[in-house]
Design a protein around this ligand. Sequence first.
Ligand code: RP5
Length: 171
Amino acid sequence: MSQKPVVAILMGSQSDLPVVENSFKILKDFGIKFEAHVMSAHRTPADACKFAENAENNGFKVIICVAGMAAHLGGVVAAHTILPVIGLPMASEPFGGMDALLATVQMPPGIPVAAVTSGKAGGKNAALYAVAILALGDAEIAQKLKQFRFDQTAKVKSADAELQAYLKENF
Ligand code: RP5
């Protein structure tokens, strides 16, 4: 496996970190090297564009962009690279994340951003989607992803068995 980071995670603000930590955990579990930065489409636009322009040459394979409110980070980054860009819309007041969801997902034709679930689940899913993209060209990662799915299924089946036992005993 490559020792250089292949996944870049850009977050619009340090305040996004609690959600992004869920991405860190997944990528660590899969043994995938990543780099993460606080970088904003609005507050540090030149840095975001430069990062995206150089990402492919720097060895990245996929970029996760995390942003809330008028969430333009994914779109701006996607406009400056041909790498797949995953957008994670952050929930915030007063619109509960609908603003970020639409800003992330409603890209004009020609520059796609793959939007994932908002919130904690989005942190996990953004990383899992990056893993799935990398698995296309890496048999070891693909095998780990299959095992992850197998373990997840086993957990749900075990939870159902526990529920059935509880229902039988109490109702
Ligand atoms: C976005 O604005 C960030 O991604 C964050 O979700 C939101 C609020 O940022 P802060 O005011 O917390 O820095 O750009």
